[in-house]
Design a protein around this ligand. Structure first.
Ligand SMILES: [Fe+2]
Length: 465
């Protein structure tokens, strides 16, 4: 439009990067439980420099920054550091952005050619004594859990890994996958892999999906693994024609590949359902020849355009249960609604991942506005069907909530819930700590940050002792 300056929303407000690396002792209101000891690590995109093509900058494309909240003896200290990927180091050396939006070669500086790249901005988790920062298309980036200094890419994975591995709490094994694997970008190639509890590689196998798709997350039960191939499709041909590399293409339908964890990828059975998108499952388990996956389901993929480049519809996710009947001749997925408000970033007690769960928590939008406005934190008791909300006020917005067990052998759900909340009026953030099964009474402790933490993606708790 004539004369109008459009600010990319992912570079404004609390999406805008914070470019300082700080160490703060946080002021605490209320009482931090003495049993709460360890660190909450959170991660999100935080571009080191102004993007080369600000109008087309995508939230997912910014350099990763890790935020560590260290809790002990009723006190909280905070530290944040960039994830110093090869991309970050090269751009730091030159003092400006060199990579195009999401690696777009059309807007990438020739100086970046041959650089391994990476943003490490999507998830941060602790496995086999390693703190790993993950994204969709590179090796996990190992970081020091105390100093948050970057150690480097963990080559043990023998290739790229996505941001959502699943740790089997019973065995300590970590199952993971990759998409767009192979020599050509935006391909239908995928990998499935397993890392042993000691961090060594157990297996990595490649297979072909029905079509190229952005496969953000997957599902794992005690004996099965499931790969959702949903029609947020990738197309090199489309990208070379100047249209979106990833786009919503509902006519392709939805597929979910199911295989036994101890089997070969050649045994994958493809179930199907109508076009939909899922960024995040809550959790999955199996019982009596059936697999159950509770997932945050969108009717339309959010945040991405249509295949012709036109803007996608506004969309929000709701929690549904997918049932896969392994004994049936039908490959249809049965779907049952579990909730009636919009949500994202669903989480369970990590000790029940791959097992049947009773409790789930998520960031919610009770006004069902179909925007990314997470104004509440929700707890859903799937045994009683009761939902509890802690609603924020004044435009404040929450991150993904992360559960911390009260002790290693406490019952499922017995513990605390952590969330980082942006205080809109003050443009500052707070760490909130709740009794996980009583959100409505409000936080039992709040640690005040002197500045804001930008909106990000995922976090995990780690006992560091
Ligand atoms: Fe995610």
């Amino acid at each position: 439009m004539d004369g109008e300056v459009r600010i990319n929303p992912y570079l404004a407000g609390n999406f805008a990067p914070v470019r300082s690396e700080d160490d703060f002792d946080l002021k605490v209101q209320g009482e931090i439980p003495s049993g709460l000891r360890g660190a909450l690590f959170r991660i999100g995109p935080n571009p080191q420099f102004e993007p080369r093509d600000p109008a087309n900058h995508h939230w997912f494309g910014g350099d990763g920054m890790v935020h560590g909240f260290y809790v002990a003896d009723g006190k909280v200290s905070y530290r944040n550091r960039y994830c110093r990927t090869p991309k970050w180091e090269l751009e730091h050396e030159h003092g400006r952005a060199l990579f195009g939006s999401m690696g777009n070669p059309m807007t990438t500086d020739p100086l970046a050619q041959g650089n391994e790249g990476g943003t490490a901005n999507t998830n941060i988790l602790f496995h086999a004594g390693k703190l790993l920062a993950l994204e969709e298309a590179h090796y996990p980036l190992q970081m020091d859990p105390r100093t948050l200094a970057t150690i480097g890419y963990d080559r043990e994975f023998q290739g790229k890994v996505t941001a959502h591995p699943k740790i089997d709490a019973r065995t300590g094994e970590m199952a993971w996958f990759a998409y767009s694997v192979g020599p050509m970008p935006l391909s239908a190639g995928m990998s499935y892999g397993v890392t042993n509890a000691d961090g060594s590689l157990k297996s990595r196998q490649d297979f072909q999906a029905p079509y190229s798709s952005m496969v953000h997350d997957f599902m794992v039960t005690q004996n099965h693994v499931l790969f959702p191939v949903l029609p947020l499709t990738g197309s090199l041909e489309r990208a070379m024609g100047g249209r979106p590399p990833y786009a919503w293409e509902p006519e392709k339908g939805s597929y979910v590949g199911v295989m036994r964890r101890d089997a070969d990828v050649s045994t994958i059975r493809w179930f199907n359902t109508e076009a939909c998108y899922v960024f995040h499952p809550l959790n999955s388990w199996e019982e009596g020849g059936k697999i159950f996956c509770d997932v945050m389901r969108y009717d339309v993929a959010p945040l991405f355009p249509n295949a012709d480049g036109s803007a996608g519809d506004k969309a929000a996710a709701r929690l549904v249960r997918w049932t896969f009947d392994l004994d049936s001749a039908s490959d249809a997925i049965k779907e049952t609604p579990l909730d009636d408000i919009d949500g994202e970033f669903p989480r369970v007690d990590p000790r029940v991942e791959t097992l049947k769960h009773r409790h789930g928590w998520y960031a919610a939008d009770p006004s069902n506005s179909k925007t990314i406005r997470q104004t509440a934190i929700a707890h859903l008791d799937l045994q009683t069907g009761q939902r509890q909300l802690y609603e924020l006020t004044g435009g404040d917005l929450t991150s993904e909530p992360v559960f911390v067990p009260r002790s290693a052998d406490a019952p499922e759900g017995d513990g605390w819930l952590t969330a980082v909340v942006w205080r809109a009026a003050e443009n500052r953030s707070d760490l909130l700590i709740f009794e996980a099964l009583d959100l409505a009474k409000g936080p039992i402790a709040t640690a005040n940050m002197p500045r804001r933490m930008p909106f990000g993606f995922h976090g995990n708790w780690a006992n560091l002792d």
